[in-house]
Design a protein around this ligand. Sequence first.
Ligand code: 4AD
Ligand code: MG
Length: 430
Amino acid sequence: MKTTISEAAKHIGEEVTIGGWLSNKRSSGKIAFLQLRDGTGFMQGIVVKADIGEEKFQEAKGLTQETSLYVTGVIAEDKRSPLGYEMQVTGFEVIQEAVDYPITPKEHGTEFLMDHRHLWLRSKRQHAVMKVRNEIIRATYEFFNTNGYVKIDPPILTGSSAEGSTELFHTKYFEEDAYLSQSGQLYMEAAAMAFGRVFSFGPTFRAEKSKTRRHLIEFWMIEPEMAFMDHEDSLKVQEQYVSHVVQSVLDNCRIELDTLGRDTEKLEKIKAPFPRISYDDAVTLLKEKGFDDIEWGEDFGAPHETAIAEAYDKPVFITNYPAEIKAFYMKPDPERPEVVLCADMIAPEGYGEIIGGSQRIDDLELMKQRYEEHGLSGDAYKWYLQLREYGSVPHSGFGLGLERTVAWIAGVEHVRETIPFPRLLNRLYP
Ligand code: 4AD
Ligand code: MG
């Protein structure tokens, strides 16, 4: 019977056939251990010379890495393996022999691995990271679908900038100018006025010349937007959402977290509510910690965020930033208009900002004023102003960066390993 590695647990004691690849191998005079992978998982296959015969045993010993094959054998329980079972191989048939596979079990440099990303994805570690990514996406849809949100897809090609004009990818749209979306937010605000609670999940683009472990040129964002919701209630959604995602990964990715060597005790603690610190208090805290370079009114960099996050074992919200350093659409605090009703969620363990969110300006006159201040007079923004003209309501939303979230939950140092084919400064291949 044909099956897969992940399904094989249902066939203990039975003989099955699995299509897969040889990821690694070791052997002695009488026994060979084949590390098999089939996309659904990794499993050990044991080939015993006495059972399979001299000729087939020699063939097994000569199998090369990434050779594709059909392996037949009996599934047997094995308490020592993370999977809980292995295969006693009774036969195998090579589909294609792979000669000189470039990625060997020895250490390779990062640039070499990045050049071979199309093959590197097959490795156990990369497989585990992508499975965690997939679980985060699954848990995201689950959370928003069960809470009454409608999935809405904003456009990728746009005529306007959502987050500021310096990081835009420009392209021609026939005779017009167009840009790749930096954020779907403005469109999600329109959607919230039509559907109440909405969320999006899609690629976004930033032409940022940043070369850090947290920056991608193309990354995926989850952007919920909620009508009739103030900033305080939005923070509650954010902490519940992130808690749900972390607990789902703990429930459904045990083998992957084990492969990655992730300290799961740290993840067990990630349950709502999350701590909050105001921007004001964060500046004071940083000064106490010896950061002399930061003054009120300046934005935080990665070292500042890390220093603030160190005080907590859960993600922390930094709230109420100065209006000056935040986007044009954020609603001023009515009691203190120099700061806005916003928060960044900073992940623990130095993974940095994973969410940016705010309450949006709902007042037409104030939005017109912001347009003037930011020079947003063009036709491209006309529709966004109309949202404040026809039945404007208080509303809030946020954006979660998927790759930074994967990096944190999987415990992966650099975001380049958290997306199948990363787009980085100076990297468009493969
Ligand atoms: O803070 P940002 O720029 O917020 C927005 O775009 C809002 N319009 C979202 C909203 O309110 N709907 O980006 C949101 C998140 C960041 O917190 C970060 O996790 C991620 O997107 N992000 C990046 N991830 C990888 N590489 C980059 N260059 C990123 N820039 C932002
Ligand atoms: Mg931000």
